[in-house]
Structures are given as C-alpha cells and as structure tokens.
Design a protein around this ligand. Sequence first.
Ligand code: CMP
Length: 133
Amino acid sequence: MEKTLVIIKPDAVKRGLIGEIIKRYEAKQLTITKMMMLTPSRDTLVKHYAEHEGKSFFENLLAFMMSGDVVVMTITGPNAVAQVRKINGATKFLDAEMGTIRGDYGVDITANLVHGADSTDSAKKEIDIWFGL
Ligand code: CMP
C-alpha cells in the first residue's frame, strides 16, 4: 500500500470542484485517509515548495496558494503516487490530456487545481509538513 499527499488548490475550491475531484480518486479505488481544509501559512508553503524557491514563479505561487482555503489529503492505495499524478494530468494545463483533472478544468499555469506528490519520498516529506509526525 502506498500513500501520497494531494492538495486541492484555492481555484478548485472556489470553483466548487472539491466533490468532482475527490470522486475521481475514489473512482480508482484510492482511499482518502486524512483530510483537512485551511488557508495555508507562508511558512508551510515555503517548506512544501522548497525545491521551487528562487524560481520566477515562486512568489506568485505562494500568493496564489495563500489566497483562500485548500483541501489537504493523504490518499492511500496501490501505486497511489502514480495513480494520482495520472488522474491529475500534466502540470501545464495545455499539456494535460482531456479526461484528467487539469485537462478537463485547467485554464491557468499557476492555478492548476491540484497538487500531487511526485514520488514516495516527496509524499513522506509533504505528509510530515502538512500533518506532522
Ligand atoms: P504543483 O504540482 O503544485 O508544483 C509546483 C507549482 O508551481 C505547479 O503545480 C503550479 O501551480 C506552479 N507553477 C507556476 N508556474 C509554473 C511553471 N512554469 N512550471 C511549473 N509549475 C509552475
């Protein structure tokens, strides 16, 4: 069994897509094992997005992520990391296949609806950042 971390971002929450997004994970027999809703702090986001610090889009990304509530979840199941990334679609909405969350709903490179950890190592770190030990 694998565990991953997913964030439903402020654009998706504002657009009323929480149920639609969760439905897609559950349809693939993945299980939501933890869930919380909050407006993230800068501190948490700096830790979460440490690998992007210094990039041109970093400050915009943080401002966007602090612009409203997000839903943070752990999702558990066989191949959870890869399954979630497939369901989410490519980071850039124009590259995302139709049938994926970003392909079906994405219209912006920063406000791209969801985040999914990119590896089991990242998932462990991110779960620790958001949910503690
Ligand atoms: P996410 O999967 O959360 O990881 C990094 C985030 O940075 C990405 O989704 C987007 O929300 C945001 N972002 C903004 N611009 C870019 C870019 N040019 N390349 C990658 N990610 C970007």
